[in-house]
Design a protein around this ligand. Structure first.
Ligand SMILES: NC(=O)c1ccc[n+]([C@@H]2O[C@H](COP(=O)([O-])OP(=O)(O)OC[C@H]3O[C@@H](n4cnc5c(N)ncnc54)[C@H](OP(=O)(O)O)[C@@H]3O)[C@@H](O)[C@H]2O)c1
Length: 364
């Protein structure tokens, strides 16, 4: 990359926003030029706006801490002049998020979003870069609808399914994934929380995460979808059923998966598909891509959240305990880092893919 693209983070003070900052402080292709959040934070330096909320383990660089924070809504005109695109991760009502993201896109500022607001808009690609990178070509249809040359919205999927969908998707082509039952064990950072801010979670499990089971069952079908007449038409198969539990873990979503195939593979065939699977991020060698997307662990007590969540910068998926099941064909467990692969890291990887394929360009 000859010249870095200028990027802003909308929702910079939040849990995901902070992750974006750690990933963008030294990024080889992107230069962090704007931080934005709510009117509560606007006009302050980033350090002042955080007011002690920095929860990342890596340090915040002074040059970032001293940057001014803009109001994402009211300062939009100023923000779009200073960036080539933005990442967005805000806690606002869905209708307001949709309006905000559309406004940036219509102002010719592409938006790579962590929010769920646009995940089911038919011409908005929802991409796990290793799996359905072909969906980004829908951006041309979206630009037509928005009347833009450059602006668009692209989103990443919910964090829960980024643990189990990566292991299932590569098996579908040859063996036909038919039915999936999944139980997820999700970290508290997925709710934007730490143990200090959510003491009820210490020594506790909460068997409900609002909206999560629906997302975990429905969103994979868009990932499996096909482009037809300017829309992504969700698939009708595989069938997913999910239970999502909040567990006392800081970072890392684990999933216990049961799967039935139309054409049952052997255990070795499954392991071979996982071992050899590569997506465009690996082929292009994108800066945030894990070298090996799916890591299989043969030890019975792996993967473990604390040991494997940071694997390949938190961007790889850990899989283990593959064995035959009495009711389904197989069962196994998967783990992914929810604020890295599942949120900010996944969005940065998507932006790298969009950049490589010419959808993100410099305004200069
Ligand atoms: N945490 C995860 O693992 C995860 C994973 C995938 C997706 N997501 C999604 O990412 C988004 C952010 O999640 P989070 O966990 O980072 O939330 P969070 O920690 O609560 O942070 C929310 C951010 O939104 C900003 N904000 C709130 N109201 C705003 C407004 N009216 N205008 C502009 N900015 C506003 C906040 O700014 P102030 O500080 O100024 O209030 C803050 O920067 C959500 O849509 C969430 O569903 C989260």
């Amino acid at each position: 990359m000859e010249k870095k693209l200028k990027v802003g983070v909308i929702g910079a003070t939040g849990m995901v926003g902070q992750r974006f900052i750690t990933l963008l402080q030294e990024h080889p292709w992107f230069e962090l030029t704007v931080l934005a959040a709510s009117a509560r934070s606007a006009g302050k330096t980033y350090r002042e706006a955080l007011n002690g909320r920095w929860v990342m383990t890596s340090p915040l660089l002074d040059r970032i801490a001293e940057m001014p924070v803009f109001d994402a809504v009211n300062d939009m005109d100023e923000i779009v002049k200073r960036v080539d695109f933005v990442f967005c991760a805000v806690d606002m009502p869905k209708a307001e998020i949709r309006a905000l993201e559309d406004a940036y896109a219509k102002a010719e500022c592409p938006v790579v979003s962590n929010n769920s607001a646009h995940r089911h808009t038919p011409d908005v690609p929802m991409v796990i870069p290793e799996l359905n990178s072909d969906h980004i070509s829908i951006i041309e249809a979206q630009r037509k609808r928005l009347g833009t040359k450059k602006g668009f919205v692209a989103v990443k999927s919910n964090c829960s399914l980024q643990s189990y969908v990566p292991a299932l998707y590569p098996l579908d082509k040859e063996y036909g994934v038919q039915d999936v039952l999944v139980c997820t064990y999700q970290a508290i950072s997925g709710a934007g929380k730490t143990f200090e801010r959510w003491p009820e979670m210490v020594d506790n499990v909460i068997p409900f995460i609002g909206g999560e089971e629906e997302k975990s069952e429905i969103e994979p079908l868009k990932i499996w979808g096909k482009i037809e007449n300017g829309e992504i038409v969700p698939a009708t198969s595989p069938r997913f059923t999910a239970q999502c539990l909040r567990v006392p873990v800081s970072d890392g979503h684990m999933a216990a998966v049961f799967v039935r195939f139309r054409n049952k593979p052997t255990k070795d065939e499954i392991l071979s598909v996982w071992q050899s699977f590569k997506g465009k991020p690996q082929i292009y060698e994108l800066p945030s891509a894990p070298k090996q997307f799916l890591h299989y662990f043969t030890e019975d007590n792996l993967p473990q959240t604390k040991l494997q969540r940071e694997l390949e910068g938190g961007m790889a998926i850990s899989v283990g305990r593959l064995r035959e099941d009495t009711q389904y064909d197989y069962k196994f467990v998967c783990l992914s880092h929810n604020t890295l692969r599942g949120a900010a890291g996944g969005a940065v990887l998507l932006a790298e893919l969009l950049c490589k394929e010419g959808y993100l360009t410099s305004n200069d």
